[in-house]
Design a protein around this ligand. Structure first.
Ligand code: NCD
Length: 324
């Protein structure tokens, strides 16, 4: 999609809603005002789902869900979002059964799908893949994760979760824990949080610290952040504890992965030092970083977080298709 989507609109077209025809590639494209707007639409979607389940807002529209990497939540929540809005989905999650296995390039695959669909959701193992797809496409591309790069729709649903769970964002201390090097969700979330007056703590093994590119951006925006190798130093002040999985698929050295994969494990005992009102979040899947005994703790927000994701993705689809 080109940066001036209005150029594609017929003269006099009234569908001038925010993000109509836009790609969603990075959280850097959002202002605080945009976030308020998106969350307002997401709230309306939540009420709608809870009261009627499905509406016809996107009837006749088609989403192509193009996943080159495994996914459970992102893929199925985008499908559910489109279907709850009355639209339909072309799911391509087994790219090995598509022409990709014959060597088709990403731009050609995207140009093909946009002949049939109105919007494309793309997950790809390479950093920058969503931007590359967007450069080739006329229809909106939504980045559902580009390798270790960004995962903007996850960051939006993460922020929506924080607002729903704690009521506000300014003034909060957010601690991100785990694989901050390869975890794209924390790259996007920390960039998005830089729009707010927050304190960020980054806790990770020394080998998995937040990339310089992200911390340099935070410094430029005068965000208060600090880096740690131990959780106990920052847990008592934390309002949001955002735990991530060590990203096995991004390691060249699997022995290193094995030595780091359980560097941090949250147990009921860990939470004894935490605030009584704290949101414990995780983008999921978890592979041992949060013990299942923690699930019953009211602070465990990760299952609710998945549900909030449905409402946020419904809002985004409605917006890029000019219906919200
Ligand atoms: C995350 C991802 O794909 O980056 N999953 C998700 O979309 N909820 C996190 C992860 O895989 O660890």
């Amino acid at each position: 999609m080109t940066p001036s989507p209005s150029a594609h609109l017929p003269l006099g077209d009234q569908r001038t809603g925010r993000f109509y025809g836009h790609d969603i590639l990075s959280v850097s494209q959002f202002s605080r005002d945009d976030l308020e707007y998106i969350f307002g639409v997401a709230e309306a979607m939540r009420t709608m789902v809870q009261h009627v389940g499905t509406i016809d807002l996107l009837k006749g529209k088609i989403l192509a869900n193009l996943f080159y990497e495994p996914s459970t939540r992102t893929q199925s929540s985008f499908m559910a979002a489109m279907q709850r809005l009355g639209g339909s989905v072309i799911p391509i999650s087994e790219v090995r059964y598509s022409s990709v296995s014959k060597g088709e390039s990403l731009p050609d695959t995207v140009r093909t799908l946009e002949c049939y669909a109105d919007v494309i959701v793309l997950r790809h193992p390479e950093l920058g893949a969503a931007a590359q797809a967007a450069a080739a496409a006329r229809k909106p591309i939504i980045n559902a994760g580009d390798g270790p790069g960004e995962h903007p729709t996850q960051a939006l649903l993460d922020l929506f979760t924080i607002v729903e769970e704690l009521g506000h964002v300014d003034g909060l201390t957010v601690t991100m824990l785990g694989d901050l090097k390869f975890g794209r969700t924390v790259h996007s979330l920390s960039r998005l949080l830089s729009l707010f007056d927050v304190t960020l703590n980054f806790v990770s093994p020394a080998q998995l610290t937040m990339p310089e590119k992200v911390t340099a951006e935070l410094s430029r925006r005068a965000v208060k952040y600090s880096e740690h190798t131990r959780l106990d130093a920052v847990l008592p002040q934390t309002d949001v504890l955002y735990v991530t999985r060590v990203q096995k698929e991004r390691f060249e050295d699997l022995a290193l992965y094995e030595s780091l994969k359980h560097a941090f494990v949250i147990t009921p005992d860990t939470l004894k030092a935490a605030k009584p009102k704290m949101a414990l979040m995780h983008p999921l899947p978890r592979v041992g970083e949060i013990a299942t005994e923690v699930d019953a703790d009211p602070r465990a927000a990760y299952f609710r977080q998945m549900e909030y994701g449905l409402f946020v993705r419904m809002a985004l689809l409605a917006m890029v298709l000019g219906k919200a």
